[in-house]
Structure formats: structure tokens, C-alpha cells
Design a protein around this ligand. Structure first.
Ligand code: BTN
Length: 249
């Protein structure tokens, strides 16, 4: 067990790339990338988001990077990785004195009920285990305007500070590494408790859309496979991302 991995010991900064995730995946085909290796792009022209969406981000204003991990986790445990990455970002945001920081299931990061960061984890499997994981993170930093329907914000919008993006990356990597080491140390219970403590709607009634209808629901947890456990009208249901959405509030 390696006690210290030093995320970001090697950081490649690209002026422009289509997608840092794609870049790292291609690089990993014939290069043995070290765990903790980071590729950051100042401009990302065709960033990948969850569910096949594009991640659109203003050039030079935001943090877009991919981190290489080798968690050697069973495929059935892959959501643990999502949890530690989300927690690392949430810890980092809390360290900036932001108060209303939440993880919006499965792993969006919200501040004051708006999305400030997104995570896209793409895994390579070897005999039912995750051998290489490309953890892509987009954090809105100094961008001031977002499309009206996006419900997004940035650090500058929330804190009125123009941030040094490179310095932010170093601090964020420290937070990510701390949480990742908890995973490597098999501290699953603590990770689960902390994830739920940060999860938007946990034990709180909010409105959700399921099958085109709106319901009041209470998040009770997340299954080991990452399904949302939502209590609706006294009954516990498990949903995947396509089946349920939080109604904007
Ligand atoms: C989401 O849809 O919320 C996930 C967005 C992930 C975006 C990041 S930006 C850096 C990395 N490279 C990509 O192409 N996507 C991720």
C-alpha cells in the first residue's frame, strides 16, 4: 500500500485539446502512465460530459483536467471511486469557505444549488477489475456567464475572487489525494457516511420527476452500484440516472 501518491507530481499542460479525457485515454494505449498523472487543458474544444453530453467551458477561464488512477477496484465497487472524487472536490470547495456545498447524485458538485463542477470517470477493465481510471473534472472558476438553462455557477460568481487556476489545481489535487487514500485504505464506512452527509436531498423532502410525473421524494441512500435510493409515498425505490431527475428549486 502506497501511503503517498503525490497526485500531480507530473502535470502536462496543453494549450488546446478536444478533451483531456480522450487525450489521456489515447496516451495510455502505448504509455504506462503513473498513478496521479494529470493532463490539464487551458482550452478544451469538445469536452465530454456525462451521458454523452458535451462539456462546454469558456477558454482560459476554467479548470479542465484528467487524472490517472489505478484503483484496482472490483467493477461492482466502482461507485466508491465516484464517491471519493466527489468528496475530494467538496472538501476543496469547503476549504475556500464556501458554505452551501453539496454533491448532487451521482457526482455533480453544487454550490448554492447551482452546478459548479462535473466529473466524468472512464474506466479500463482487466479481469473484472478497474485497472486504469481516467478521472475527468471540469470546475467552473472565473467564468461569469452561463446559459440560463444550465443552472451553473463559478467560484468567481460565488466568491467575487478572480482565481489563479494553476494554484487551484494544486490545492484540489491535495484534497483528491486525501480522499483517494481513504479508498486505498478501505475506509468504506467513513467514505459512505461522508458522502451521504454531503448528498443533496439526503433525508430531506425534495421534488423529483419519475416517468414524466412529479413526486415528493426523500433520498435514503445510494446502492453499492450507485443507484439512487429514493423514498416516494412511503416506498423505497432504486433509480438510475435515466429514470429520475431532481426538479429545479
Ligand atoms: C458532467 O457532465 O458533469 C461531467 C463533465 C466532465 C468534464 C470534464 S472537463 C475535463 C475532462 N475532459 C473531458 O472531456 N471531460 C472532463
Amino acid at each position: 500500500m502506497n501511503g503517498s501518491l503525490s497526485f500531480g507530481n507530473e502535470i502536462l499542460v496543453l494549450d488546446e485539446v478536444t478533451s483531456t479525457n480522450l487525450y489521456v485515454q489515447k496516451l495510455a494505449i502505448d504509455t504506462n502512465l503513473i498513478e496521479g498523472y494529470v493532463v490539464r487543458a487551458k482550452v478544451q474544444t469538445n469536452g465530454k460530459g456525462q451521458r454523452g453530453n458535451v462539456w462546454i467551458t469558456e477558454p482560459y477561464k476554467n479548470l479542465t483536467f484528467s487524472l490517472v488512477l489505478k484503483p484496482n477496484l472490483a467493477v461492482s465497487e466502482q461507485f466508491m471511486l465516484s464517491k471519493v472524487v466527489a468528496l475530494g472536490i467538496a472538501d476543496f470547495l469547503a476549504s475556500l469557505s464556501l458554505t452551501e456545498v453539496n454533491i448532487k447524485w451521482p457526482n455533480d458538485i453544487w454550490v448554492n444549488n447551482k452546478k459548479v463542477a462535473g466529473i466524468l470517470i472512464e474506466n479500463t477493465l482487466k479481469t473484472n477489475k478497474i485497472s486504469v481510471s481516467v478521472v475527468g473534472i471540469g470546475l467552473n472558476v472565473n467564468q461569469l456567464e452561463f446559459g440560463e438553462n444550465l443552472n451553473a455557477t463559478s467560484l468567481q460568481n460565488e466568491l467575487n475572487i478572480n482565481f489563479d487556476i494553476e494554484a487551484l489545481l494544486n490545492d484540489l489535487l491535495i484534497c483528491l489525494e486525501k480522499r483517494y487514500l481513504m479508498l486505498r485504505a478501505l475506509q468504506y464506512q467513513k467514505i459512505n457516511t461522508d458522502y451521504l452527509a454531503n448528498l443533496l436531498g439526503y433525508n430531506t423532502e425534495l421534488n423529483y420527476k419519475v416517468g414524466g410525473k412529479q413526486y415528493k421524494g426523500i433520498v435514503k441512500g445510494v446502492s453499492s452500484l450507485g443507484l439512487l435510493q429514493l423514498e416516494i409515498e412511503g416506498k423505497l425505490n432504486e433509480f438510475d440516472l435515466k429514470e429520475v431527475s431532481l426538479v429545479k428549486f
